[in-house]
Write a protein that binds this ligand. Sequence first.
Ligand code: IMP
Ligand code: MG
Length: 178
Amino acid sequence: MRDDIHEVLFSEEDIRRRVKELGAQITLDYAGKSPLLIGILKGCFVFLADVSRCIDMDCEIRFLTASSYGFSSVTSGKVRIDKDIDFEIEGRHVIVIEDILDSGVTLTALCDYIRERKPASLKICALLDKPARRQVNVSIDYLGFECPDEFVVGYGLDYAERYRNLPFIASLKPEIYS
Ligand code: IMP
Ligand code: MG
């Protein structure tokens, strides 16, 4: 697995420090509010596990599933949302927890879906942002790191369902996905 890595972009230590800061900021901003964290599967699972443990207040944790890439490193432009949700969004202070914002297509579709259900507020917390690839305008309220325009894996992010368990974020050698 580690032989496939080109370069480590964010180390375990970088991530730990930043995630702690994000959690502390959310704790301050939502004082007295009990937010609803909605993790976007599957890429969020490591980030959500860590950031939620740095949010020192009562909160509810739920998940939605979205996929657009299939087994490719380029977005298909079509977003599939698993709409089979069994929880109430109306009136809640929702924070969407996403691994990475690339074209922005996935998050826009998800936010539209959530907004239709009338949350009291809606904010976005994303670990990574690749602004170079944005196709639709999305603003991130809590951002971990800005990421160079490279396909990255690790800390929950996959390529063809692999590498999610790497404890850092890294780019892959080009021959892996070409
Ligand atoms: P978007 O709809 O183009 O913004 O794509 C967002 C989704 O694509 C993310 O939630 C990821 O699951 C996936 N994705 C985008 N860029 C990368 C990457 O560099 N590595 C792994 N997954 C990515
Ligand atoms: Mg993915």
